[in-house]
Design a protein around this ligand. Structure first.
Ligand code: SAH
Length: 446
């Protein structure tokens, strides 16, 4: 196989990143934006030892899963990968991916519970937009920092496009300089918007490489016109570092409150710009409900590791005997403490620190939880942490919530070696139309 070769290929699988895969002469050929069952004319773009990348020039026979895509940016934007197939097909595919990886890496052959899902458009409550040199707002292309300008993203609330529009015209009118990643110069790095799904409250945050945003009083007035009373907070976030991490650690409120609030799983939550909050509120409710089913918090001492603003633990605190949350971001811990008070919960406390280090400290305090909940970022749990949970806390059960099935599967294997069986798991589609899938698992002591 050589670059620029053209041939007919049947798509037989989809990668974890959502790309279609076919096979020719024993070589896997990855063809983005195709679906299982498509027969396509492919042009080879790049050849490696055992696989190749191609581009679909023509769809000769379409897959029966294909639907009309309703987003004009779909082929270019790096956000969605499944706008060309029906949602049911996507759900099946995601559930299978979770099953396969738990079997292959985790070494456990267990059928998943039915995948949890809800609406697949307008489900997000948060967007972080990069800006193009000319002030356009958009998203990055796949595996790239090339910006695809986007007037309206169908995953976001409609008001977000009105806000991005207002910011673009402001930036252009007042020649606000845009940050250039390569040269590490220019002011405005990202536009970050959050909206409480239940409260409707909106926060607009300008991430800047500097200390002040010129003419900020003008954009504040325009945002008030755009959002009305829903605008609760306009914030600057200073990020002067040469990094691709979006947010810096320092914030300054330009208008309104330092926070917005919302309600999740019956808990009133306050959110500062730096606190993690599940981006799909409707689905987070379903996920937490399943987590509670697995944790059976009644009368138990619970440790909630990687707790963000404390939401999971707090949603179980009324039934539980006690809750200890651990989180590394200080602002999130402050939010968690505030959220506990706001909700009249006084059997919960929070520790700011790394999950493993905090677990070691709790072990020294001779704390004996009944159940541990972990909800780590994509890289999963530290193996030392898993050993502390298994051998020192010796809990009856672990509820593992994961946004990366591969690291989840790796950790299931380690839990297995430490004496814990995977009893049941439920995939949850918190990120419809993208390649990502969440899962919640119940592990029990053998
Ligand atoms: N359980 C929360 C947050 C989950 S996201 C919720 O449902 O909203 C993962 C969280 O882990 C983030 O808040 C992140 O700041 C935190 N985190 C990342 N690395 C960590 C570490 N090493 N120790 C403790 N918390 C960490």
């Amino acid at each position: 196989m050589r670059k620029n070769d053209e041939f007919i290929l049947e798509i037989i699988d989809v990668t974890n990143e959502g790309s279609g895969v076919g096979k020719l002469d024993g070589m896997a050929v990855f063809v983005p934006l195709t679906a299982v069952g498509d027969v396509v004319k492919v042009k080879v773009l790049k050849v490696k030892k055992n696989y190749a990348y191609g581009k679909a020039l023509e769809i000769i026979t379409p897959s029966k899963e294909r639907i009309e895509n309703n987003c004009p940016y779909f082929n270019r934007c790096g956000g969605c990968v499944f706008r060309h197939i029906g949602y049911k097909a996507e759900l099946e595919l995601k559930s299978n991916k979770v099953y396969e990886v738990i079997k292959r890496i985790g070494g456990v052959d267990l059928t998943p519970q039915p995948i949890l899902y809800d609406e697949c458009d307008r489900y997000r409550n948060k967007a972080q937009y990069p800006l193009s040199e000319n002030g356009g707002v958009g998203f990055y292309a796949f595996h790239s920092h090339r910006i695809i300008e986007c007037e309206d993203c169908v995953l976001q609330p409609e008001i977000f496009s009105k806000i991005t529009d207002a910011v673009s015209s402001f930036v252009r009118q007042y020649s606000i300089s845009i940050y250039n990643e390569e040269k590490h110069n220019g002011l405005l790095r990202h536009l970050y918007i959050r909206k409480g799904e239940i409260s409707g409250e909106i926060m607009v945050c300008f991430v800047i490489n500097g200390d002040t945003l010129p003419k900020s009083e003008i954009i504040i007035e325009r945002l008030k016109e755009t959002c009305g009373d829903a605008l609760k907070s306009v914030v600057l976030n200073m990020n002067n570092k040469d990094t691709n991490v979006i947010l810096g650690d320092k914030c300054e409120t330009l208008f309104g409150s330092d926070y917005i609030s919302d309600t999740l799983a019956g808990v009133k939550v306050r959110l500062s710009p730096l606190s993690f909050y599940q981006v799909n509120t409707v689905m987070a409710n379903k996920l937490y409900k399943k987590a509670a089913e697995y944790a059976k918090p009644d009368g138990k001492n619970i440790i909630d590791l990687y707790c963000g603003a404390g939401t999971i633990g707090l949603s179980m605190a009324k039934e539980a005997k006690s809750v200890i949350g651990v989180e590394i971001i200080e602002a999130a811990v402050k939010d968690a403490e505030f959220n506990a008070k706001e909700n009249g919960i006084n059997n919960a406390r929070f520790i700011c620190g790394d999950a493993k280090t905090a677990a070691e400290a709790l072990r020294k305090e001779k704390i004996k939880p009944d159940t541990v909940i972990v909800d780590p970022p994509r890289k999963g749990c530290d193996s030392v942490l898993i050993r502390i949970i298994a051998n020192d806390f010796c809990v009856d059960s672990v509820v593992y919530i994961s946004c990366d099935p591969a690291t989840l599967a790796r950790d299931i294997k380690i839990f297995g070696e430490e004496g814990y069986n995977l009893v049941e798991y439920t995939p949850a589609d918190l990120f419809p139309r993208t390649s990502h899938c969440e899962a919640v698992c119940l592990l029990s002591k053998k």
